[in-house]
Design a protein around this ligand. Structure first.
Ligand SMILES: NC(=O)c1ccc[n+]([C@@H]2O[C@H](COP(=O)([O-])OP(=O)(O)OC[C@H]3O[C@@H](n4cnc5c(N)ncnc54)[C@H](OP(=O)(O)O)[C@@H]3O)[C@@H](O)[C@H]2O)c1
Length: 296
């Protein structure tokens, strides 16, 4: 049984991955900041409270557990927080990744970094793994640096970039676009949603499947794992409202310059996922298909 260590296990992606790996028979070492917020218990699951910005906390667990694979999901993920707290974002997203990689090189056999479409400038869209990065935010910059560090690994490595992840919220977790829409529209509250940013939205369960494929195949290199269809958040809101019968008149179509945000967002991202489809057998559902798995 493969032993997989996951950082950021209390997070949105981390929780979904923990659940999937347990159902697939993996032994899972979950690392999170503070107490466990995992909704599962399982004989093959261990949880450790680890602040990965601490110089030794993760090292102690990794050297003791000797995981076959490390999936590094933990990050400062809020774009505006990263812009306002540059030093903390660098410490978390870059320096902690560098230390974790050193630990992986000594005690593991495969290192996987979760990264983002925000490494791109958003001028082109539908990016392939061959396209050049050029982030427009500090968040994107820190993730680009983390990617560059990962690529120096002396053990096999993979970088999985994903894009606008949606799905059911985890316990005590933040809203994602879908749960934010549902919360507001069900309460009859109006929402302003941008229609000039393009993404390939990713159902969190599809992402977990993509990550597991990379683990199972020990598929080294760069992977774009997302949904296949390009949408703006406004288009997603309208499709979801149609599907669940929410009041569409509450959805106001706006442009990004309506909001004053500290961190710049790339306008047009989204991924071409042909490599993952062909080489991993990754096969995400369409946005509409995936809505059927969510509660309206
Ligand atoms: N969600 C998306 O749309 C999206 C899109 C593109 C890429 N990604 C990438 O996917 C990965 C996972 O994202 P996510 O959506 O799951 O984000 P998330 O829900 O914010 O999870 C990140 C986790 O990192 C943990 N963390 C923060 N600081 C830590 C520290 N010092 N020590 C240990 N853990 C710490 C957080 O702990 P607390 O919960 O206790 O704060 C959180 O559980 C990230 O690398 C992100 O860049 C996500």
């Amino acid at each position: 049984m493969q032993k997989v260590l996951i950082t950021g296990a209390n997070g949105f992606v981390g929780q979904s991955l923990v659940r999937l790996l347990l159902t697939k028979g993996y032994s899972v070492i979950a690392l999170g900041k503070g107490p466990s917020r995992l909704s599962v218990t399982h004989p093959s699951l261990q949880y450790f409270s680890v602040d990965i910005t601490h110089p030794f906390e993760a090292q102690q667990v990794i050297s003791h557990e000797q995981p076959d694979c490390i999936v590094h999901c933990a990050a400062m993920t809020q774009v505006d927080d990263c812009e306002l707290l540059e030093k903390e974002a660098h410490s978390m997203n870059v320096e902690a990744t560098a230390r974790l990689l050193l630990d992986a090189e000594s005690h593991s056999r495969f290192f996987i970094l979760l990264s983002t479409d925000f490494v791109f400038d958003g001028l082109q869209g539908m990016y392939t793994e061959e396209d050049s990065v050029n982030p427009v935010s500090w968040y994107g910059h820190t993730k680009m640096e983390a990617e560059a560090i990962t690529e120096t690994a002396e053990i096999p490595w993979a970088i999985i970039r994903t894009c606008l992840v949606y799905g059911e919220k985890v316990e005590n977790g933040r809203n994602n676009l879908f749960t934010w829409l549902r919360e507001n529209l069900e309460a009859q509250k109006p929402v302003k949603v941008v229609d000039d940013q393009w993404r390939t939205p990713t159902w969190v369960e599809d992402l977990a499947i993509g990550i597991e494929l990379v683990i199972a195949k020990k598929a080294a290199g760069l992977w774009h794992i997302s949904g296949e269809d390009q949408y703006t958040p406004y288009q997603m809101a309208v499709v979801a409202a149609d599907h669940f019968g929410w009041d569409k008149s509450l959805i106001e179509r706006v442009t990004a310059d309506t909001f004053t945000q500290a961190g710049k967002r790339p306008a047009r991202t989204g991924f071409n996922i042909n490599k993952a489809k062909k080489e991993l057998g990754f096969s995400p559902g369409s946005f509409l298909q995936n809505l059927q798995h969510l509660q309206g």
